[in-house]
Design a binder for this molecule. Sequence first.
Ligand code: 13P
Length: 292
Amino acid sequence: MKLLLNALIFLVVTDSCSAFTSSNKFGITGGISSATELYARKPFISGNWKLNPQTRDEAVALGKEIASTITPDTPDIDIALFVPYVFIESTINAVDGKLMVGAEGVSPEQKGAFTGAVSSSMVKSIGVNWALAGHSERRTLFGESDEFINGQCLKLIDEGMSVMLCIGETLAEYEQDLAGAVCAVQLKKGLAGISKEQMTNVAIAYEPVWAIGTGKVATPEVAQDVHSKCRAIIKDMYDEDVADATRILYGGSVSPESVDELMSQPDIDGALVGGASLDGTKFGRIINYQPV
Ligand code: 13P
């Protein structure tokens, strides 16, 4: 249904879209060759391992288990795991090209006296094309500001890489009906200076803070509502083509039980999964979701 809708949108606006590029399953950008490639936003299921697992052997075993759930029957989607820096190379080897492995963040700085920092060029040099920015845990626990997050986005794009910008409101903000307003601020500040053309290297992850790690997944209706608000904000910042082409993922207690309905919403283009991405069976079911 979503594919059909997007193909129809394409037919209406086809003349104005020739400058766009799309990314394929491995995040490599290329020219557009067909309507479906352009506006059928390719679903994107991703896992964020955070500070897990505890050893390299466990990371390798988990990566292999997850890769084994990807079969010829798996839908044609983008799949990525965002993993701790020290596990990136061994996880890339473990998944054997079946999915992408990304970084959980990078420094906005390129080099120099920044003890403990890791740059975009460093992770790029070991085969990484995607990184997260703006995760609520980084914002709150590590004090990363919108300016810092914007610097990360710009640096990644500068490096020819792609960024998944995470946004989302707290419970108090949600209860005050401020979800749309908070997302607008975080989108506008996070994406400052990113051009319309560069938006092909950006995905958004809407992760309401109250749903992260709490087991309280947003209902498909609530998530859809905020996703459509985010798309409207992107349209306002850029234009309708960019809004239609930008993937907006949902994150926050996504599970095998909730993924099918979430992925059936017209503006939900994927999932960013925390806890369930540490369980090969659960994440495998999420990757192989079945829209209702
Ligand atoms: P959970 O899926 O554990 O709620 O975590 C979501 C998240 O923060 C992904 O980035």
